[in-house]
Design a protein around this ligand. Sequence first.
Ligand SMILES: N[C@@H](CCC(=O)N[C@@H](CS)C(=O)NCC(=O)O)C(=O)O
Length: 224
Amino acid sequence: MLRLHGFPASNYYNIARLALLEKGLPFEEVVVYTGANDSYRPDYLDMSPLGRVPCLETEHGFLSESRAIVDYLEQAYPDRPLYPEGAFARAKLLELTQIIDLDLELQARRVLKNFFTRSKPAGEVAAEVKENTSKGARGLAKLVSFDRFLLGDQLTAADIAAVVHIPVVRTLCKGVLEHDPFEKIDGLDAYLARMEERQTVKNVRDATAKNFPEFIAHIQKHYS
Ligand SMILES: N[C@@H](CCC(=O)N[C@@H](CS)C(=O)NCC(=O)O)C(=O)O
């Protein structure tokens, strides 16, 4: 049985969780929060070398990094594919998920601490995050159509990246910077609203909401 280590309030955990749900794969969940070190879950560093969430426990061993986990699931369990067919189409999918992961999520993450502590980032950081997320949003819009799924008629790993990460990017940018990088992207909101109707996405949202108080208690205990 696959075992997913992490916590449901984590968007990266939800990339793996939603991929498992969309593929219809049975899995167990094992709660571990961030910040593994000598005093909190030192054993987790043997599973996820940087202590990051998520980590997938497979019959072959442990695997961290959400993109690697999705790739493993896709190769090992090809039913209900999350990648399109063909080398070029797959590469285009990875181009898109790189932009969502690196040019949107990772940029917005720079103000995550400010969001939780209700503090203002340095002016330079605020300007960079605004500029970079707007650039990422424009890049995203150039690559996709929001008519059905991002890359056509089939749900792919790109949709999973979008529905999990874009709301987080928006919440962080609006909450900390009063900036919505997606405000000029036509069709995105309707697309996201359609994605929210999926049972799998509702499952993820419910689990996130349920886990949130415990996650907040964890960061208050370990990070303050
Ligand atoms: N590149 C990683 C990022 C995962 C990540 O940053 N996870 C967060 C939780 S949402 C975490 O574990 N942060 C703690 C850390 O980076 O030390 C992935 O795609 O899985």
